[in-house]
Design a protein around this ligand. Sequence first.
Ligand code: PLP
Length: 425
Amino acid sequence: MNLADKDRRFVWHPFTQMSEWTEPLVIAGAEGNELIDSDGHRYLDGISSLWVNVHGHRRREIDDAVRAQLDRVAHTTLLGLASVPSIELAERLVAIAPPGLTKVFYSDSGSTAVEVALKIAFQYQKPRGRPERRRFLKLTEAYHGDTLGAVSVGGMELFHQIFNPLLFHTHHVEPRVDALERAFVEHGSELAALIVEPLVQGAAGMLMQPPGFLRAARELCRHHDVLLICDEVATGFGRTGTMFACEQEDVAPDLMCIAKGISGGYLPLAATLATEAIYSEFLGLFGDKRTFFHGHTYTGNPLACAAAMASLDIFARERTLEQLKPKIARLTARLSEHIAPLARVMEVRQRGMMIGIELHRAPGQPYTFEEAIGARVCAAVRKRGVILRPLGSVVVLMPPLSITDEEIDRLVTTTRDSIVEICGR
Ligand code: PLP
């Protein structure tokens, strides 16, 4: 049995209709911004291995940092013990985070970072005598992960509807300032927190928030004594052009969730950052039962923290964010030259390195779900040596920040040729 056969036999893949999983592409290696399959074919990693890779694969500095940590210890627990890399990384995360976020609670995925934020926001209300503040306000079409708390504050019909009976009650609002103002008037007094993906709602199809929305959300939260949770799981670590998306609207949230790019896309690591004001409500004697009773086994894993610090070193040494500006501009130019004019392209949405190309048959005529147009375009892209993964009829491009000029051009022209092949001109 070859590897593909064994995969079909033994592995159940996420977000995948396994009955249609016919010819799995088996990745056996990588170099720079390319993935290499088990037959030695190379593919440009156009979605950063699901929005995580930052500086390319097999970066020597990150590889070395993980190896060096392996020579010390691979894993110890943060329950009752501290570890060198988790301490050092926490200090560095606080230094780069928006002001006021001073405490780092580690976990291991974007979903767990969100669960932690929700539970902190909920528990925080009790000691300060506001137990009636127990609801969450979320954005329509939000996506914060797949665990049940994260799904409760999500709003993607396709992924979430079936689990409705298992979810807690929330309020939702369109990402518009007037709608948000109304929601606060209506529900403000019962809210523990508003949770948002800042600037870009990624999984919803790279939906861009109107300028000023995040700022307004910050002000409304402050005015109504509601916590602001910014889920920077997708947007963090340079993806929108700044280290965190919040910075672009000069916003400092009360709780910030980070994952994906935190370890350079190497190892599972996440964190929920909190303000001193929140943290202090959890302090007291053990008998006071203010302890935050939450934790995951691999929380703050030393190998992952070592990778994260090596990634931050690269950001500093190579001035990654500065180098990114001309790349973003090149992407914008290439997209408007090659993609936007296509008749089947309804809209190109871009914020930094996060891009959604929405396809339609014609104005007012969307492709149906069953047509799986995005998936078909991505299959055509793959034949041309690029890996993409769609969101419905939105083709997503989210290359590593390390993508080169030539690779940008290849990414865009390959996508154009594939859209033309599958959708016509
Ligand atoms: N939050 C956001 C904004 C995300 O985009 C994602 C994943 O795409 C998550 C949370 C969940 O992260 P994970 O898949 O690591 O649980």
